[in-house]
Design a protein around this ligand. Structure first.
Ligand SMILES: NC(=O)c1ccc[n+]([C@@H]2O[C@H](COP(=O)([O-])OP(=O)(O)OC[C@H]3O[C@@H](n4cnc5c(N)ncnc54)[C@H](OP(=O)(O)O)[C@@H]3O)[C@@H](O)[C@H]2O)c1
Length: 257
C-alpha cells in the first residue's frame, strides 16, 4: 500500500522515526502531513525535507494529541484541507523510565495519554470514514518493549503492550472490512527519544534504517513489522521463557545506580 498511498498522515512526524518515514514516503511520491506539538520544529522539518526533495510533499499540521481540543481541531483541519488519508502512521510517543522508589502515577498517565489513548482517539476520529470508504492502511507504532515487562519499562512497556493487544484485537475485523492494520514494533533506533538513554543500546539502528524497514513492511502482507530481525527474535524468545528463567535474565537490566 505505501508505494501507492497518495496521502499520508504521520503523528510524531517532526523528528526521529516519523520524520525519516515521512521523507522516504515523500521521496516515493506520497503527500505527507506530519504532526507534533512543536509547530516551529515541524515547519523546519517540512522546509528542510522539501528543499532536499525539491518538492512540496511534506506539510505541517501542529497539534497536541493529548489535548482533546487541539486534536479535534487537527482532525477537522486534516479532513477539510487534505481529505481522508490513504495511510495513517500513528507514531507519536514518549518514554519515561520508572524506578520503584520514585514511581509516580503522573508518569503512567502521561505515557498512557500519548502512547496509547492518543492512538485510540485517532482511530475513533478517522476509522468511521475509512470503514465507509472500505480501503486504507493504518500503521500503529508500538515497540518490542511491549513484548514483556522489563526493568525501567513499567509505564512505557505497559503502554506499548496495550497498543499491541488492541491492534491484535482489531486486526481481523478491520481486515474483513478492507482496512489493513499494521503493528510496527521497532527495537532500539537512534532518535531524540533514545538520545536520552544512558546505557549501551543493543542492535541500535538509525532512523533511516527504521524508515526503510517500515516502508518495506507496509508494502507486504502480514500484520507485524518488527526490526531489527536478530534483536526481535531474541526478544520473542524471552516471551516464551518461564518466569524463573525470564527474571534471571531481566534482572541483569536493572540500572546499577
Ligand atoms: N527510538 C526507539 O528506539 C523506539 C523503539 C521502539 C518504539 N519507538 C516508538 O517510535 C515512536 C517515535 O519515536 P522516536 O524514537 O522517533 O522519538 P521522537 O523523535 O522523540 O518522536 C516522537 C514524536 O512524537 C511527538 N509527540 C510527543 N508527544 C506528542 C503529543 N502530545 N502530541 C503530538 N505529538 C507528540 C514529538 O513531537 P513534539 O515533541 O513536537 O510533540 C516527536 O516528534 C514512538 O511511539 C516511540 O515510542 C521508538
Amino acid at each position: 500500500m505505501a508505494r501507492h498511498a497518495e496521502q499520508v498522515w504521520i503523528t510524531g512526524g517532526g523528528s526521529g522515526i516519523g520524520l525519516a518515514t515521512a521523507q522516504l514516503l515523500a521521496a516515493q511520491g506520497s503527500r505527507v502531513i506530519i504532526s507534533g506539538r512543536d509547530a516551529k520544529k515541524l515547519q523546519q522539518a517540512c522546509d528542510e525535507s522539501n528543499r532536499q526533495l525539491g518538492s512540496e510533499a511534506l506539510l505541517a499540521l501542529p497539534c497536541d494529541l493529548t489535548d482533546p481540543g487541539s486534536r479535534q481541531q487537527a482532525f477537522t483541519q486534516l479532513l477539510d484541507q487534505h481529505g481522508l488519508p490513504d495511510l495513517l502512521i500513528l507514531n507519536a510517543g514518549n518514554h519515561i523510565p520508572v524506578r520503584p522508589d520514585t514511581l509516580k502515577l503522573d508518569d503512567f498517565e502521561q505515557l498512557m495519554a500519548i502512547n496509547y489513548l492518543a492512538v485510540i482517539a485517532c482511530l475513533e476520529a478517522l476509522l468511521p470514514a475509512m470503514l465507509a470508504r472500505g480501503t486504507g492502511q493504518i500503521a500503529v507504532v508500538a515497540s518490542v518493549a511491549g513484548y514483556r515487562g522489563l526493568p525501567t519499562g513499567a509505564a512505557y512497556g505497559a503502554s506499548k503492550a496495550a497498543l499491541i493487544n488492541t491492534c491484535e484485537a482489531l486486526y481481523p475485523e478491520l481486515k474483513a472490512k478492507g482496512i489493513d492494520l499494521k503493528l510496527i514494533n521497532p527495537g532500539f533506533v537512534k532518535t531524540p527519544l533514545t538520545d536520552k538513554n544512558r546505557f549501551a543500546m543493543p542492535f541500535l539502528i538509525d532512523s533511516q534504517q527504521a524508515a526503510r524497514a517500515i516502508v518495506r513492511g507496509l508494502d507486504r502482507t502480514g500484520f507485524e513489522i518488527a526490526f531489527p530481525r536478530v534483536f526481535v527474535t531474541l526478544l520473542k524468545l524471552l516471551r516464551i521463557l518461564p518466569y524463573r528463567l525470564f527474571f534471571a535474565l531481566s534482572r541483569k537490566l536493572i540500572p546499577k545506580d
